[in-house]
Design a protein around this ligand. Structure first.
Ligand code: FE
Length: 214
């Protein structure tokens, strides 16, 4: 079984998507620079300390941002019709939950199961489904992750703590400005009686990127 890098429809970097990529990159950089300037000023004035800023950013990346995605996943786990809709038209089904907007215009939803484990990357920059996952963590933007997860996805996922079984195919999906991905993790076993809210609380950001299982 080979690890497949899906370079077909999902891989627009080399052609038509290039200028879009450039555009959103510039927007992201501009916003980051302004935030950075404000942060420097507040630190200089003694209003905040850098550790607090890091903690807040991490809180948003890990806890607040991905809660929308977790709600989507929990609904998919408990509502077969919604799951079908989500897999066939991710953007519309996600909009139905009230989640939409910048960097979420075209979201494709992938499902992990006993046969396939999906993992998401943006090899060129940091495309990420903001409306459902919030802002990407630093490692997602790191060149090491972006290049390695394509070449050796199993090794990278193992470093996050999950040894994908040999009989499970690993698929790597390369995000672009046009298509971003959300992974439905496998529902943890022993959760049959859990409420949607309880299920949502079990869904992690890394599970929805596909670098981890739940
Ligand atoms: Fe990107």
């Amino acid at each position: 079984m080979s690890d497949e890098h899906n370079a077909g429809a999902s891989h627009h970097h080399a052609d038509a998507g290039t200028h879009h990529h450039h555009d959103h990159d510039e927007i992201e950089k501009g916003a980051a620079l302004r935030v950075r300037a404000i942060e420097e000023l507040m630190i200089a004035k003694g209003l905040i300390n850098p550790d607090t800023v890091d903690a807040i950013v991490e809180h948003y990346e890990r806890d607040v941002g991905p809660r929308n995605g977790a709600a989507v996943v929990a609904r998919a786990w408990t509502d077969p019709q919604y799951r079908e809709w989500l897999l066939s038209n991710g953007t519309a089904a996600i909009n139905d939950m009230g989640f939409s907007g910048f960097q979420g215009e075209h979201i494709r939803v992938l499902e992990n199961n006993d046969k396939v484990h999906n993992v998401v990357v943006c090899t060129l920059c940091s495309c990420y489904p903001w409306p459902v996952l919030g802002l990407p963590p630093a490692w997602y933007k790191n060149p090491a992750y972006r290049s390695r997860v394509v070449r050796e996805p199993r090794a990278v996922i193992a470093e996050f703590g999950y040894d994908v079984p040999d009989d499970v195919e690993v698929r790597v999906w390369d995000s672009t400005a046009e298509v971003r991905y959300l992974v439905i993790p496998k529902k943890p076993s022993g959760t049959e009686g859990a409420s949607v809210k309880e299920l949502a609380a079990m869904v992690t950001r890394d599970g929805m990127i596909g670098t981890a299982r739940l």
